[in-house]
Design a protein around this ligand. Structure first.
Ligand SMILES: Nc1ncnc2c1ncn2[C@@H]1O[C@H](COP(=O)(O)OP(=O)(O)OP(=O)(O)O)[C@@H](O)[C@H]1O
Length: 644
């Protein structure tokens, strides 16, 4: 099939690919100030400004024989969802991908936007050249059906983060603020600037999702069901806004379920799908003539959008679907486009020619360090606002320490309670492991959907996101650990020596960080339900091999390897080293009690641990910590890739 290309539009694609936020390549004769003035000239007047400025670097998208085959899972085979569909999405148009539920609308949108990579066949062309995915992603944005927004941030804060990440630090704060104000005004959100996202209405949230992606003025917008969940007036408002954006030279493609007749008329183009095949593509206004041509006239007073969905559902017989697919040549025919003759005359693909030189540098607009700074700032605001969780963590640590302190009151200094104290050390280990790991498993997946959207839209690199979540929790973890350690250590009368206290605290902190890494690893690949099952389940072998119930000496040889990989073993050994190592003197024994373990060496011998292994335990914990952190990053990366 021949995809379509306007000769004139090839060069702009070439240029726009290298263009950043301000398309300086197009304005070579102007100095920077003049270019800025040109871009922002309308802002001061309050008229149409940045986001609605015409885009000179418009983009036509053509695709031919596109297939999508989903893998159904191990030994379950595959399922073909798109069946060699072709099509043409011209610049400056608002295009609706329509069809009944399950027709493959979202799948086609994912393929065209470049979100889906695996299982995709056929070709996608951008201004006639085979699509370079990296370059294309720089021109486009994807707005998901569900609004993946940071609920604790206000509209303005969300916009500031997007502006800082997407425009880079070269654009001054004043300019960013002007752009934000203008985009918010365009989307009717200026009055909600100080409102937290969680408190916005569905329509406002949808508009904010669009506003965030408009910040860097993308040429192509892909929107998955932008009207879902909106009332009819908000739907029309939203579609009108998209039309306005399209009229300024953008290519706006969105999937839509079943639009009202009024809303349907706003769209310029329709691409109708039925079970992964193309029923119609062309002007909205030519749908009725098309239906007449194929002998399926739309009944009087019937919404043509409803009628084509009914046809696509097979309500009038499956043969009608075949008739329409044949008439459109599964998307190859361009008969129902505007100036169809001119289009067919120009239709061509740049096969065999050298594609334009493409700037394949970083996908993100800002440096790694800047991304990290912005993400840390955002997470800091979130942590500050989410005080319930912060206080809960501190409160739980304090309360558990107090409970353990009461239960094991002064057990650390009593020669008759050495076994009790040993139980206490294991309980402390359990507390640190479970609270930290479960918290991570429960909170991490909720962030995942936002990560997927923002990362795909090139806000930041995965490395920087991961680095940020790794360090953002350190202060609160350290504080909670400190509160817990001081309360439990003093109330249970552990030896009051600074070095022992420091060793005890260090082991606690490392166990907390390792457990957190464990949580990150599970959270990266599992949803909350699976994670809450898997986390504690995987903790059981760690406990088994800790040397607590069955001493390390009594472990069967063929299971000894387990003690090397169990971080709880190093944690317990480290605690024992801190409390009973360093040649601790004979313990106090009350006169009326029998103190079997008043000699610490005797106790160490009994539990098959040595008191001089502390630094080895620290090294082992640090190695496990690094290994798990790297592994959870790799798993997260794999997860993101596997979703595409
Ligand atoms: N990864 C996948 N594995 C198996 N089946 C899939 C996969 N992705 C999509 N499908 C199936 O492909 C069909 C089309 O899905 P798609 O989400 O594209 O439909 P849709 O037209 O957007 O539907 P809706 O309007 O309900 O969102 C559906 O039957 C869906 O179950």
């Amino acid at each position: 099939m021949e995809a379509v290309l306007h000769e004139a539009s090839r060069e702009p694609y070439q240029q726009s690919i290298t263009a950043g936020y301000v398309d300086n390549e197009r304005l070579p004769s102007l100095n920077t100030n003049e270019k800025d003035t040109l871009h922002y000239s309308n802002m001061n007047t309050g008229m149409v400004g940045f986001s609605l400025l015409p885009r000179a670097d418009s983009v036509d998208i053509a695709f031919e024989d596109v297939t999508y085959t989903a893998s159904m899972g191990f030994r379950k085979g595959t399922k073909r969802i798109l069946h060699e569909v072709s099509g043409y999405l011209p610049q400056g148009q608002l295009i609706a991908i329509m069809g009944p539920s399950g027709a493959g609308k979202s799948t086609l949108l994912n393929v065209l936007s470049g979100y889906s990579i695996k299982g995709v066949g056929g070709n996608v062309y951008v201004n006639g050249f085979p699509r370079d995915l990296k370059a294309f992603r720089k021109l486009s944005c994807y707005i998901t059906q569900d609004d993946r927004l940071q609920p604790l941030l206000t509209v303005e804060e969300n916009m500031n983060v997007a502006a800082d990440l997407k425009l880079g630090m070269e654009v001054s704060r004043a300019k960013k603020e002007a752009i934000i104000a203008e985009v918010l005004q365009t989307l009717g959100l200026e009055k909600s600037a100080k409102t937290r996202t969680a408190q916005l209405s569905g329509g406002q949230r949808k508009r904010l999702s669009i506003a965030l992606e408009l910040i860097n003025n993308p040429t192509v917008l892909f929107l998955d069901e932008p009207t879902t969940g909106l009332d009819s007036s908000s739907c029309t408002q939203c579609v009108k806004l998209l039309k306005e954006l399209a009229q300024k030279g953008r290519t706006v493609v969105c999937t839509i379920h079943q639009p009202s007749a009024t809303m349907f008329a706003i769209f310029d183009q329709v691409y109708a799908l039925a079970a992964g095949r193309c029923l119609y593509q062309g002007l909205t206004s030519k749908l009725i003539p098309f239906l007449e041509t194929v002998g399926l006239p739309c009944p009087m007073f019937h919404n043509p959008a409803d009628y084509i969905i009914e046809l696509a559902c097979g309500e009038y017989g499956d043969d009608k679907i075949d008739i329409m697919v044949a008439a459109t040549e599964n998307g190859k025919a361009l008969t129902w486009f505007e100036n169809a003759d001119a289009l067919t005359k120009h239709k061509q693909i740049q096969q065999g020619t050298v594609p334009p030189k493409i700037d394949n540098s970083n996908l993100e607009a800002t440096s790694a360090l800047t991304q990290l700074k912005i993400l840390l700032k955002r997470d800091f605001i979130k942590a500050k606002r989410d005080t319930t969780l912060t206080y809960l963590r501190i409160g739980v640590n304090f309360a558990v320490a107090l409970m353990l302190g009461t239960l094991y009151w002064k057990a650390g200094a009593d020669g008759s309670k050495v076994i009790d104290n040993y139980n206490l050390l294991f309980s402390i280990l359990m507390h640190h492991m479970m609270t930290t790991m479960m918290l991570t498993i429960l909170t991490y997946p909720t962030e995942m959907s936002i990560l997927i959207k923002e990362h795909f839209n090139r806000w930041y690199s995965l490395k920087m996101y991961y680095f940020c979540i790794t360090i953002i929790d350190i202060p609160i973890s350290v504080f909670c650990c400190l509160v817990f350690t001081v309360v439990v250590y003093i109330s249970t009368a552990q030896p009051l020596e600074m070095n022992r206290l420091a060793m005890f605290g260090l082991i606690s902190l490392l166990v907390i960080f390792v457990a957190q890494s464990f949580g990150l690893m599970i959270g990266a690949i599992c949803n909350v339900v699976n994670g809450t099952f898997l986390g504690p389940t995987l903790a059981v072998p760690m406990m088994m091999f800790a040397g607590f119930g069955v001493t390390l000496r009594d472990l069967p040889v063929y299971l000894y390897w387990g003690s090397y990989v169990s971080y709880l073993r190093y944690g317990l050994e480290g605690y024992v080293g801190a409390i009973y190592g360093l040649d601790r003197e004979t313990m106090f024994c009350p006169e009326d009690k029998y103190c079997h373990y008043k000699y610490p060496e005797q106790f160490l011998e009994e539990i098959a641990m040595r008191g001089d292994q502390f630094w080895n335990d620290i090294i082992a914990l640090v190695i496990i910590l690094f290994f798990l952190r790297i592994l959870s990053y790799v798993l997260l990366k794999w997860k993101l890739t596997s979703l595409r």
